[in-house]
Design a protein around this ligand. Structure first.
Ligand SMILES: [Cu+2]
Length: 128
């Protein structure tokens, strides 16, 4: 009896602490693969890891090719992607429909967590 009461109190305290943290926090980008401003081989996926669990309905991303070797006036070229959440709930996984060819890319992301305030940002990377 004593033990189960203690467990219940502890659970309530833990839940309210989590709630208070979620209510004031916006998702921050902690890291990405590839890293921002990095260069390397074509990634099969771009993964963005955030500080908060994201809502899958309102969180989103786009992938834009911004330059290509040997092409002077490339402009903005939107790539076909799918976006999903990883099992941890905090990682956005962006999968290009086709292998990315050499060039520079920008990922624009919009991350929304339980408090519904969106955070936006971008990373860029180069495929060699
Ligand atoms: Cu292109």
């Amino acid at each position: 009896m004593y033990l189960s009461r203690f467990a219940a109190k502890f659970a309530i305290a833990a839940a309210s602490t989590l709630f208070a943290t979620a209510a004031i926090a916006q998702p921050d980008l902690l890291s990405s693969t590839p890293e921002d401003q990095s260069e390397g081989p074509a990634p099969a996926t771009v993964e963005l890891k955030f500080s908060e669990a994201l809502t899958t309905q309102s969180s989103a991303a786009s992938l834009t090719m911004t330059s290509m070797p040997g092409m002077a006036n490339h402009g903005e070229m939107k790539m076909r992607i799918s976006v999903a959440g990883a099992d941890d709930g905090k990682t956005m996984v962006i999968t290009p429909a086709n292998t990315l060819s050499a060039g520079t890319y920008r990922v624009d992301w919009r991350a929304v967590s339980s408090d519904a305030r969106p955070a936006v940002g971008k990373i860029t990377f180069q495929v060699k």
